[in-house]
Write a protein that binds this ligand. Structure first.
Ligand code: ARG
Length: 452
């Protein structure tokens, strides 16, 4: 069934239907019903429907919502889209009055409203998931306690840090992901209903009634913008893409850390997979797919941006491509958060201690604290490192004599600095890789990520 037979003398060709019908909008069913009920109420309030008619439509739409929630709403192959299916079902239940629902409305403003309502709810769910994953990372950080690992730059060992500090870096990324979704929601929650097909309506509509009824934050200011713009969908997809890109970095590290070579972490069997060929294997597929699926969601975002690029105002059917992309981005993030947070919760960390080289900066800073220009201190320690390496030694092997020879301002007690544990204990700068900072971060994260 289509909603536009009148001016046509032929039925639509099947190739037209199969190319132009996009079934992902069926997932907007509940939003379409809620939006339609708000529209019907508004029509009643402004007198375009009698009180009785409005009541009849609202009740029937409520029944259909029940059907939808219980999975009993049946689409027909011939339904051109979700809006058509709703109107068809409405006719089946209340008869001719169903034909009044579309008064002052177009599918152009309707579909944008539906997607906005869907994404408002989805954003809240993603925020909950992100917060919960953040709390899992905070729990893990607490659990690993004072375990020390090297930090890395260029994937070379850099400084000694608490493993907790590394885990919490990801928690902070999640906090910003939460903020992004919350901020995006304020732009998503703008009602386009009343914009009509493109230029508004001659009927005495009151868009504000719908906005308030649906708990949205604002009403459109320009009808062309309202039906033509999908920056809200692209922004939502960006929120998903950036969150997944963050997860992909964590995923990459979890893969790396679970290798035999690193040996930092193992995961519960229920969160890992095996190899059909290699009996000894236990793979961190969830982490790999968090990495892999980030690519796909970047693709969704790219699709949404490209779809809008150069598109003339106002509504064009191209915009129908928005739903498959943004829903896929959202689904993918939802799945990644669920699986990855379970896997991380099951992680058991037992990393080997870092090599003493990670204290080289501490040694240089001993001199800097005594007033030696840092450049000179860096050079002295650099030369000491080169000498030890050429002799096949470690920084931990250095003697008091060698240290004093490296720079006149070194004293034998400085040997104590050459220990990853003391490196971390001596560090106090706020936000740095120190125990104090980890405790401060945990307190702050606990308050930012607490359950709403
Ligand atoms: N399925 C369409 C979409 O997703 C709904 C709006 C159709 N409007 C139209 N004038 N054909 O954008």
């Amino acid at each position: 069934m289509t909603l536009w037979g009148g001016r046509f003398s032929e039925d639509p060709h099947e190739d037209l239907m199969s190319f132009t019908v996009e079934q992902s909008d069926r997932r907007l069913l509940q939003d379409d019903l809620l939006g339609s009920a708000a529209h019907a109420r508004m029509l009643g309030e402004v007198g375009l429907l009698t009180e009785e008619e409005a009541q009849q439509l609202v009740e029937a739409l409520g029944d259909l919502l029940q059907e939808a929630r219980q999975g009993r709403f049946e689409f027909e192959d011939a339904d051109e889209d979700v809006h058509t299916a709703v109107e068809r079902r409405l006719h089946e239940t209340v008869g001719a009055v169903a034909g009044k629902l579309h008064t002052g409305r177009s599918r152009n403003d309707q579909v944008s409203l539906d997607l906005r309502l869907y994404l408002m709810r989805a954003a809240r769910r993603r925020v909950e998931q992100l917060r919960s994953f953040g709390r899992i990372l905070a729990d893990k950080a607490e659990e690993v306690g004072d375990v020390i690992v090297p930090s890395y730059t260029h994937l070379q060992q850099a400084q000694a840090i608490p493993l907790a500090h590394h885990l919490l870096a990801y928690a902070w990324m999640l906090v910003r992901d939460v903020e992004r979704f919350e901020e995006a929601e304020s732009r998503i929650a703008v009602s386009p209903l009343g914009a009509g097909a493109s230029g508004g309506s001659s009927l005495p509509l009151d868009p504000l009634i719908v906005t308030e009824e649906l708990g949205m934050k604002a009403t459109f200011a320009n009808s062309l913008d309202a039906v033509a713009s999908r920056d809200f969908a692209a922004e939502y997809a960006f929120c998903c893409a950036q969150a997944l890109v963050n997860l992909s970095r964590l995923g990459e590290e979890l893969v790396l850390w679970s290798t035999t070579e690193f040996g930092w972490v193992t995961f519960a069997d229920r969160y890992t997979t095996g190899s059909s060929a290699l009996p000894q294997k236990k793979n961190a597929d969830i982490a790999e797919l968090a990495r892999g699926k980030a690519a796909r969601v970047i693709g969704d975002l790219t699709g949404l941006m490209t779809m809008q690029k150069g598109l003339p105002l106002s509504y064009n059917r191209d915009l129908q491509e928005d739903k498959a992309a943004v829903l896929d981005a959202d689904d993918t993030l939802a799945g990644a958060l669920a699986a990855l947070s379970g896997m991380v919760a099951s992680a058991e960390f037992d990393p080997p201690p870092p090599a003493s080289w990670v204290t080289a900066l501490d040694l240089a800073e001993v001199l800097a604290a005594r007033g030696i220009p840092f450049r000179e201190a860096h050079d002295a320690v650099g030369r000491l490192v080169a000498r030890l390496l050429s002799e096949g030694k470690n920084l931990a092997d250095v003697t008091a004599g060698e240290l004093e020879a490296a720079h006149l301002s070194f004293v034998p007690e400085d040997l104590e600095v050459i220990d990853p544990q003391s490196s971390v204990e001596r560090r106090h700068t706020p936000g740095g890789g120190s125990y104090v900072s980890v405790l401060d971060q945990l307190a702050e994260l606990r308050s930012v990520l607490r359950e709403a």
